[in-house]
Every structure is written in structure tokens, then in C-alpha cells.
Design a protein around this ligand. Structure first.
Ligand SMILES: Nc1ncnc2c1ncn2[C@@H]1O[C@H](COP(=O)(O)OP(=O)(O)OP(=O)(O)O)[C@@H](O)[C@H]1O
Ligand SMILES: [Mg+2]
Length: 366
């Protein structure tokens, strides 16, 4: 899949802008704070309906405006075109696909797959577990619409349960209802994340080994507080989940929140047996992040049969030549959008031919 065009209207610092893209490579160049990342954000929202930079949709509406719009024509592998339109207003958002309003954002998901790689992605490796959970969730939501629904439902139930805990409510019949739902959605999330982690490890370890010249072995494993119950039936696993919730009840009431579940889990990342979340060098962390990001593209292809679009925000010029070369080779099958303040000649020569856009104050020159 690829983007054919985009139109932004009162979106971030863009008043009104329409762009036609190259099938292969699109380069956005410009000084700081001109609108390069804003443009990638406009593309990214076409995949998930929401941003990679903020959970608050309203931030994307241009200052002083009531409605911000982004729309794009995407082209499928078979050449068919789809028009995606998103309007963000103070009251909420409206999404249309080929002119038809979607009742649920989840129906947007299968139109285009977008993978973004930005300097912030280093956080996946070295910062708190919430970053790694967000990474898993974002990828799984794209690939599996049912995961998107399960995650939404889990969060809703968790929020309600935590509210009861904070109110010191001890109505166990009521908790039984919540715990039933929590164990149901919770197990589905954990199982999907485990499956995803195993597949991601397979692809990313191969990539990492190539980039590191075979000297480093990357291992990913899903760490969960949910009783594993390997070999048990689903009913037995749910029972074990609920039993642990009951056992932890007093401490949950004391803390005012639910102490275990997919919202507390983590992704362990090891290189040659060493936990690089804690002990990795900058370079190792960077390479691992790159391997995991590139693996996403392979995984999306494997799971959906489609090519994802790759958005590289300010990362290419940060890598050394060897990693640059690797990244450029790896992206040969997909459409790529690259932002940078400047690109040196040697790097430019390594890139496939494409289109360059110069961005200044929310205006684009081709
Ligand atoms: N909702 C908004 N309305 C209007 N302008 C906005 C909005 N949100 C952000 N901006 C402006 O957009 C600009 C930042 O754009 P962007 O993040 O795309 O910069 P950039 O070109 O990627 O810069 P850098 O090279 O530093 O990453 C800032 O000047 C910011 O004030
Ligand atoms: Mg930027």
C-alpha cells in the first residue's frame, strides 16, 4: 500500500495544503519547527485515526480553529484507490472512507498500515514499561482489529474496577462481575501480545544479527503478572486469573488500583543474554530499536499480505553509514517518507530516486 496524496486543512501549522507523492521515496526537508513532523503525523493518522505524538486529538487542530482536517488517497497492492477523510473537532472526530461515515474507528484499520520511526522510539528500549506496552498495543491494533476492541474494553473495565477500589467498595458480588470481564479481556490481550512477541523476535533477531555482523543475538520475551497456566484450559486459566485478583484484593483496595494485568506487563529485550533495557549501550539500544521497527514491516506483510508505509522522522541522519545502508536496503519494497533538516550528499546518493519537498512555516515547495 502507499499514499498517493494528502490534503491538510487547519491541521497543526498547515492552513491548506495538497501534496502528490512519489511511489517510492518522499523527502521532507526544512529547518526546525516548520512542519515536517506535522506532515508525517497527517499521514500517520490515516492508519489508526490517532496520532503517534499525542493522545489528545484536539492538539492537531490548528490554533484558533474549530476543525482540523486531513484526507488522503491510498493505493492498495492491486491498484485500487481509497479516500480516507478525518475531521477533528472539539466535540470529537469524524472519519469517512470513500465518503461513508464510519461508526467505529476500528473500521479504519485495514485501509493502510503505517510504521513510524522517530528518535522517541529509543524510549521503547530504555524508558519505562509503559513505552513498551504502547509499542505492542499500537502494532497489534494495526494488525488485529479485534485486539483494538479488546484493548478498549479492558481499559474500560479496569478504570471502573479501579474506581470501585478507590471508593473502598467491598461488594464482592460486584467485583465478581468486573473480575470476570477483566480476566476475559486480560487473557486475550496477554495471549496476543505473547504471540506477537514471538513473531517479532523471529524477524527482529534476524535483522539485528545482520546489522551487528552476527555478533549480537536479540531476544524478546513477554513478562506478565498474569498466571501463565500453560497447558490449562481457558476456563482454568480464567479461574487462576480471578483467584489472583481475589488474593490481591486487600492490597488493591489499599493501593486504590488493580496491581497486576496486561496494564502492568513488560517486554524484556536481551542482547547476548544481557537485559539492554538496563545495561545496553546507546548504540546497542539504537540498533535494537531499529531492528524491532524494521521487523514490524515484515510482520505486517506476513500477517496481512500488505506492504506498510514507513515514516522516518529525523532518524536517518542520526545513524552511522552502516546502519543507514542497512535501513535503506531494508526499505526497498515499501514507500518511505523521510524528514530531515539536511541530508548530506553521500547519504543522498545512497537513496533511491524520488521527490523532495521543502517545508517552511507550514508551506511546502516541491
Ligand atoms: N495545533 C497547532 N496549530 C498551529 N501550529 C502548531 C500546532 N501544533 C504545533 N504547531 C506548530 O508546528 C511547529 C512544529 O512543527 P513540527 O513539529 O512539524 O516541526 P518540524 O519541522 O518537525 O521541526 P523539527 O525539525 O524541530 O522536528 C511548531 O512551530 C508548533 O508551534
Ligand atoms: Mg520534527
Amino acid at each position: 500500500m502507499r499514499f498517493k496524496s494528502i490534503r491538510l486543512e487547519n491541521f497543526r501549522n498547515y492552513k491548506e495544503q495538497t501534496l502528490e507523492f512519489d511511489e517510492k521515496l518522499n523527502l521532507f526537508l526544512g529547518s526546525n519547527a516548520q512542519g515536517k513532523t506535522n506532515l508525517l503525523e497527517g499521514l500517520f493518522v490515516m492508519g489508526l485515526g490517532k496520532s503517534f505524538r499525542t493522545n489528545n486529538d484536539k492538539e492537531m487542530i490548528a490554533f484558533g480553529q474549530d476543525i482540523g482536517r486531513a484526507s488522503s488517497v491510498v493505493v492498495d497492492e492491486d491498484g485500487s484507490e481509497t479516500l480516507i477523510e478525518i475531521a477533528y473537532a472539539r466535540e470529537g472526530k469524524l472519519i469517512k472512507v470513500d465518503g461513508i461515515k464510519l461508526d467505529r474507528s476500528v473500521d479504519l484499520l485495514e485501509n493502510v498500515y503505517v510504521v513510524v520511526f522517530s528518535p522517541d522510539d529509543l524510549k521503547i528500549i530504555k524508558e519505562g514499561p509503559d513505552n513498551r506496552r504502547r509499542f505492542l498495543d499500537r502494532e497489534l491494533c494495526q494488525i488485529k482489529p479485534v485486539y483494538y476492541s479488546d484493548l478498549g474494553n479492558y481499559k474500560k473495565v479496569l478504570k471502573q474496577r479501579n474506581m470501585l477500589l478507590r471508593q473502598n467498595n467491598t461488594d464482592m458480588a460486584l467485583f465478581e462481575v468486573f473480575d470476570e470481564a477483566l480476566s476475559d479481556y486480560g487473557l486475550r490481550l496477554v495471549d496476543e501480545r505473547k504471540r506477537f512477541t514471538a513473531k517479532l523476535e523471529e524477524i527482529s533477531s534476524r535483522i539485528h544479527s545482520e546489522i551487528s555482523g552476527g555478533s549480537e543475538e536479540l531476544k524478546l520475551s513477554y513478562e506478565t503478572g498474569v498466571p501463565s497456566g500453560e497447558g490449562d484450559s481457558l476456563a482454568e486459566r480464567k479461574e487462576a486469573y480471578k483467584a489472583k485478583l481475589r488474593k490481591n484484593f486487600d492490597s488493591d483496595i489499599f493501593k486504590g488500583y488493580t496491581g497486576f494485568g496486561p496494564h502492568k506487563d513488560d517486554l524484556k529485550i536481551e542482547l547476548n543474554g544481557i537485559d539492554i533495557r538496563l545495561f545496553g549501550s546507546q548504540g546497542q539500544q539504537r540498533t535494537a530499536a531499529l531492528s524491532m521497527k524494521l521487523a514490524e514491516i515484515g510482520l505486517i506483510k506476513q500477517e496481512t499480505g500488505k506492504n506498510a508505509v514507513l515514516l522516518l522522522d529525523d532518524v536517518l541522519s542520526e545513524l552511522d553509514r552502516k546502519r543507514q545502508r542497512f535501513l535503506i536496503e531494508a526499505m526497498s519494497d515499501v514507500q518511505v517518507f523521510i524528514t530531515s533538516t539536511e541530508i548530506d550528499e553521500e547519504l543522498k546518493a545512497m537513496l533511491p530516486s524520488g521527490k523532495s519537498f521543502y517545508i517552511s512555516g507550514g508551506n511546502v515547495l516541491t
